[in-house]
Design a protein around this ligand. Structure first.
Ligand code: HEM
Length: 508
């Protein structure tokens, strides 16, 4: 017995020694001139030796690796080695190449991001094509036009709440209202039943939970194999032991599952139970019993959850950022109000999405919000194709992870002079071939560009138009500066979380 324990301890020690030897050899190789990325500049040997370097800056220090990389680009130029096998590129000339179909998504990142949810975001290329062919058209310009009335209904509700909560100079926590609003709008389109967060005493649980998940986004990605183990545990148990902060996510899973089951069992009955008069996503995904979604109901559940999360964590923070910039730049707010008053002399009832999208200052304002404060700021990773490729005259070896970031691109002073200032005017005279337009990438690019781009576009134009026509807004003195100035890379931009504004309702 004793002998077996001694033998097993010796075996473990041998394994450990072998593993340590392997890690050390790998470090040496990664730092040696033999490594395919050896010729690329980097100021940090630690970053090239081990992935743990980025783990330290992103997970331990809280999403600041991007800002370290920003400094490296200033010193070393547009292509920098930022990991053992990763190059970060900060040159708009390569944007359309890196995000073309030639470069695959970096699976480990997307797999980590989606957690245990079976969504097309983390699906391999062939499956992604099948799913997106069905899912994508639901978010086309034509389909989003059908949603205008539904969006108007929720925007009016939002505006009335802003007005009543802001009476007598009270601060309106606009961030919470936007969380509720964006959840309601997208859940109604996905499931035919809104979460009714604006109705039910501002129950912003789904939004708060999505934001809570973001706080440990890098830990989830890093330890994604452990997160995937949750797949093996019955959902009932996961739900019981899940921390309270995540209860909104379980609400979301429950609604997506419940509705998928209803639409799979009896689509006609399920459709008749919805209150909407526009088509809804689940109905279309599951309407045909022979469609790939009907054969894999888990796809519908997963895509429902991911589209909800994708919509809430992006449009909400963009609305918050827009209100923030308009409050600290009162002249911008005045110009918006003047343009909207001229366009809609009869007040908010006259607002249409098509007319909003023709208003030059409003369009420039939204472009500038998405430039200065893009919601997804992280490095979006792709993998160099088989046989390698060239970017300009630089050879990129096969299998290299190549990443770019909207935040870095949008703050290049040679493209956007005074990049840290908020200047909507910079967009007033641009054309599609202007450098500003070519480098603008809040929705990413290529065949895996944001699926909800038209949805977001309409929601942002209409909501800002309603709010700036009806209200004059100022930052409330009780704002905490750490809330509005914090700005870190938790995949999406994490900051400006609790924004308090004072409002003057010009319709009263
Ligand atoms: C201001 C608003 C938004 C911004 C800036 C934004 C940005 C992005 C970005 C950068 C990506 C990653 C693309 C990539 O990996 O290359 C993405 C993907 C995605 N977004 Fe959005 N998004 C927004 C709103 C929305 C909305 C409203 C929805 C749904 C209603 C949505 C649904 C999705 C989906 C489903 C994907 C995955 C696409 C795929 O894997 O092919 N997004 N978004």
């Amino acid at each position: 017995m004793q002998l077996t324990s001694i033998l097993s301890v010796a075996l473990c020690a041998r394994f450990l020694a072998c593993y340590i030897g392997f890690v050390i050899c790998r470090w040496i190789y990664r730092l040696s001139p033999l490594h395919p990325l050896a010729k690329f500049p980097t100021p940090s040997r630690l970053a090239c030796a081990s992935q743990w370097y980025q783990f330290y800056w992103n997970a331990v220090r809280g999403g600041v690796y991007l800002f370290v990389i920003e400094k490296w680009h200033e010193e070393l130029g547009p292509i920098v080695r930022v990991g053992p096998n990763e190059l970060n590129i900060n040159d708009p000339a390569f944007l359309n190449v890196v995000y073309s179909h030639k470069f695959e998504r970096y699976g480990a990142f997307y797999n980590g991001l989606k957690g245990p949810v079976d969504s097309f975001m983390g699906a391999p290329a062939a499956e992604h094509r099948v799913r997106k062919r069905i899912f994508g058209p639901l978010f086309s310009v034509a389909n989003i036009q059908n949603l205008e009335e539904s969006m108007r209904y929720f925007i009016e509700k939002l505006a009335n709440l802003v007005s009543t909560t802001g009476k007598n100079g009270q601060g309106v926590e606009i961030s919470r209202l936007f969380g509720c609003f964006t959840t309601d709008v997208v859940s109604e389109y996905m499931f035919g039943r809104s979460f009714d967060c604006l109705e039910t005493n501002l129950d912003s649980r789904p939004y708060e939970s999505i934001m809570a998940c973001k706080s440990f986004a890098w830990w989830i990605i890093w330890f994604s194999p452990i997160v995937h183990l949750f797949d093996l545990i019955p959902y009932r148990i996961v739900k019981t032991v899940a921390p309270k902060a995540l209860v909104g996510i379980t609400d979301l899973i429950d609604l997506s599952t419940e509705k998928t089951v209803e639409f799979t069992r009896d689509p006609v009955k399920a459709r008749s139970m919805t209150k909407t008069d526009h088509p809804i996503v689940l109905d279309v995904l599951l309407g045909d019993p022979n469609s790939p979604y009907s054969r894999n109901p888990k796809w519908a559940i997963g895509d429902g959850i991911i589209a909800m999360a994708g919509a809430v964590e992006t449009v909400g923070p963009t609305l918050i950022a827009g209100i923030y910039h308009a409050c600290v730049n009162p002249l911008v707010q005045r110009k918006l109000h003047e343009e909207l008053t001229l366009a809609f002399p009869g007040g908010t009832k006259m607002i249409t999405a098509a007319e909003c999208e023709r208003l030059p200052y409003l369009v420039a304002f939204i472009k500038e919000v998405l430039r200065k404060s893009p919601p997804l700021i992280t490095r979006i990773p792709r993998v160099a194709p088989k046989g390698g490729t060239t970017l300009g005259d630089v050879y990129i070896p096969e299998g290299t992870i190549v990443s770019m970031s909207s935040y870095l691109m949008h703050h290049k002073p040679e493209i956007y002079p005074k990049p840290h200032d908020f200047i909507p005017e910079r967009w007033l005279a641009t054309t599609p071939s202007s450098p500003e337009e070519k480098a603008w990438m809040p929705y990413s690019r290529g065949n895996r560009i944001c699926a909800g781009i038209h949805f977001a576009h309409t929601e942002l134009h209409m909501t800002f138009a309603f709010l700036f026509l009806r209200f004059k807004m100022k930052l409330h003195p009780e704002n905490k500066l750490e809330d509005i100035n914090a700005f870190v890379d938790m995949i999406s931009r994490h900051g400006q979380r609790h924004l308090l504004v004072s409002v003057e309702d010009m319709e009263n």
